[in-house]
Design a protein around this ligand. Structure first.
Ligand code: SAM
Ligand code: SF4
Ligand code: F3S
Length: 443
């Protein structure tokens, strides 16, 4: 008999990819995706541990599930993802409503755990077994049927920035075999995917060796560039240190690689970068920036910033603001430093929270203002959009331009999955609004 499963996903794109693969996996034991989260036999929470209150959010969410299933048959409750990895059996002890705790490198075991859950009572599965996981996934079709899909090529991190939990929750760096990735990409394209975003916590550190040849992310991009049905290629998230010349060259040789680079710098102060153990200076970042601009001056950038990192003085913060005058970021993420248990920076003395909040407001004002101006500059222009879907309950369509900005416009069902030209009429901080430009040819 078919059963229903729902996955609530928090965190980064890698969690989105994982949730999609978990749906593909549990299908083999008769669990079908159901988007009504209050009517399921199995409820999976795919969690993120990157910033504070992550753990509390999970318990809060479990409390909500408990309430909504009161008086009904209890679903099997699974906590997956990075909080599961970090907290493991503690979660089972604290919240008896949870049945299974499973870390990101053990998803190949999820079917057995669900099937045997009644026998084992409570299960904690948090070993790092990345190779087996991807070999297992290799045998299961990626049935992602969206126009734009994620494809994990690399997992984990060996860089150990002092603020970050990822090396502890995702384990050591691992790069999937080149051919395994290409096979999965071909499946996606066959399913109708027209844009692939290659994923990794350190995606540009991708390195796979076979028969004496080293395959880098540039090799994957060059290969994907050859598939005629595929329209766009992206990748995220990169580390400035791994922005090698072969990857930079792809911005002139691969037409499908979008001219948008998400390149986190975290701070504009060398002193803070050193305290963060980032292993690069501002100057190194700017060198990469200039190389990219020189090879293709259409490229736009986005970044991540941590505000109020321990030791950040007014001068250090001003250095970060000055960086925004040098690089015109199209959009960026900025968050106040959040001490994470087990990381080196969790022992450092915190900066007064009011100062952090003030600095966050200042930087976001500048970043958001930039974003508004860049979007405004696109008004009255035609931009190329990959159409992803029709908006729910509206006669409008949604897609993205080459810089990943969301575009909402009047269209028709037959353009989904196609590249079209949209004449931008209006904009706000996060969206561009327009109409199909019929004068321009659609691909
Ligand atoms: N690997 C990427 C890199 O090195 O730039 C970053 C991946 S991390 C999942 C995404 C972002 O979360 C980081 O760039 C950082 O800005 C933010 N982040 C990580 N740990 C944080 C912390 N303890 N407090 C605040 N922000 C944090
Ligand atoms: Fe975290 Fe990125 Fe640093 Fe790795 S390189 S520790 S994922 S911030
Ligand atoms: Fe969060 Fe884990 Fe991603 S901590 S940001 S879900 S790698």
């Amino acid at each position: 008999m078919q059963k229903k499963v729902f996955i609530k996903t928090f965190g980064c794109q890698m969690n989105e990819y994982d949730s999609n693969r978990i749906y593909d996996t549990v299908k083999n034991i008769g669990y079908i995706r159901n988007d009504d989260q209050n009517d399921v036999d199995c409820y999976i929470l795919n969690t993120c541990h990157i910033r504070d209150k992550a753990k509390e959010k999970v318990y809060h969410e479990i409390g909500r599930v408990k309430k909504s299933f009161r008086g009904k048959k209890k679903p099997i409750v699974v906590v997956a993802g990075c909080v599961a990895q970090a907290e493991n059996e503690e979660m089972l002890k604290r919240e008896p409503y949870i049945d299974i705790v499973i870390g990101p490198q053990a998803y190949h075991k999820i079917n057995d755990l669900i099937l045997n859950q009644h026998k084992n009572k409570k299960i904690d599965e948090t070993d790092f077994d990345t190779v087996t996981k991807f070999n297992y996934f290799d045998d299961i079709k990626n049935e992602n049927s969206k126009i734009s899909a994620f494809l994990t090529i690399q997992e984990g991190c060996d860089k150990f920035c002092h603020f970050c939990v990822v090396p502890y929750t995702r384990g050591p760096e691992y790069s999937r075999p080149f051919e395994q990735i290409i096979k999965e990409a071909e499946e996606l394209i066959k399913n109708g995917v027209r844009e692939i975003t290659l994923l990794g916590q350190n995606v540009n550190a991708y390195s796979y060796c076979e028969n004496g040849k080293e395959y880098r992310i540039s090799d994957l991009i060059k290969k994907l560039d050859q598939y005629s049905e595929l329209k766009r290629v992206r990748y995220t998230t990169s580390h400035p240190r791994d922005m090698t010349d072969d990857l930079i060259d792809c911005y002139s040789s691969c037409n499908k690689l979008m001219p948008f680079v998400h390149l986190p710098i975290q701070s504009g102060s060398d002193k803070i970068l050193h305290l963060m153990n980032r292993k690069h200076k501002v100057e190194d970042y700017l060198k990469v920036y200039e190389k990219l601009i020189n090879i293709n001056n259409d490229i736009k950038f986005s970044s991540d910033f941590i505000i109020g990192y321990p030791g950040e003085t007014e001068n250090d913060f001003n250095d970060t603001l000055k960086l925004l005058d040098k690089v015109n970021f199209i959009n960026s993420f900025s968050f106040i430093f959040s001490p994470r248990p087990g990381t080196t920076a969790s022992n450092y003395e915190l900066i007064d929270n009011e100062i952090c909040k003030e600095r966050l407001v200042t930087i976001q004002k500048k970043l958001f203002n930039n974003q508004i101006q860049i979007n405004k500059s696109m008004e009255k222009q035609s931009v190329e959009v990959l159409v992803e879907n029709k908006l729910k309950n509206q006669n409008k369509y949604f897609g993205r331009n080459k810089y990943l900005s969301s575009v909402i416009f009047d269209g028709s069902e037959d353009i989904i999955g196609k590249l079209v030209e949209v004449k931008i009429e209006n904009s706000n901080q996060n969206n561009l609004f327009g109409k199909l430009d019929n004068k321009m040819a659609a691909a």
